[in-house]
Write a protein that binds this ligand. Sequence first.
Ligand code: FAD
Length: 206
Amino acid sequence: MTSKQLDDLRSILDPSEIIERDAPGYTEAAAPWSPMADQRPPLVVQPSSLESMTKVVKFLYDSDLDFGIRNTGTGSVSARDVIVSTHGFKDFDFNEEAETLTLGSGYDWGTIDQLMEKRAPGWQVVGARCTWVGVAGSALCGGLSWLSHEFGMISDPQNLLDMQVVLRDGRVLWATEEPDLMWALRGGGGNFGGQYCLKEPNFLPA
Ligand SMILES: Cc1cc2nc3c(=O)[nH]c(=O)nc-3n(C[C@H](O)[C@H](O)[C@H](O)COP(=O)(O)OP(=O)(O)OC[C@H]3O[C@@H](n4cnc5c(N)ncnc54)[C@H](O)[C@@H]3O)c2cc1C
């Protein structure tokens, strides 16, 4: 049953969005920070567009596959069957006038610091202290920055303005459209929206 479901998942994706366990790049895409947590799932999927991500999320929730959403792996996320990598999401748009930065969830904060240095030297963003930490995972668990003493946590309302979310049924929304969802995403604990809560119906948005 599981291998049939894995084949069905492969069939809805472009081959470039699939990383098998024996392929180059698998470890970079799947290994958790803690080796003890590593379940070495047979498949990593790396959607390269929002459309593809919605198909994957809906498919996985309609299946009984065990899966985890992963960016850098620093939170030691792993899964028995499938890792959904966010590395395909690399939007970066700094609006100097509005003082806003729009980021893809596939980044780590060190890369963002480098991009900011090129795009807008002298500007800094309230990102994680450790360069390898991911942008979404850190916001979902609160997010401590070298700037936090003065400007607050990464997830505080003055820093985190909104998050685009794919719901389990494949719908896409901006979290500020659902204030309770936005509230929960601001360091709600257990990485709300990520692995630990995705399979817990009590915590899920409808
Ligand atoms: C050595 C070390 C140093 C750290 N330093 C800092 C620091 O300086 N500042 C700080 O604030 N925190 C720090 N942390 C904590 C870190 O923020 C958390 O571990 C965070 O969960 C890592 O997020 P990630 O995306 O990098 O990791 P991942 O393991 O990829 O993800 C962590 C969790 O977030 C979920 N997640 C990630 N991206 C998404 C997404 N796009 N959509 C839905 N769910 C998602 C995953 O499912 C998983 O549950 C550190 C942790 C370690 C181990």
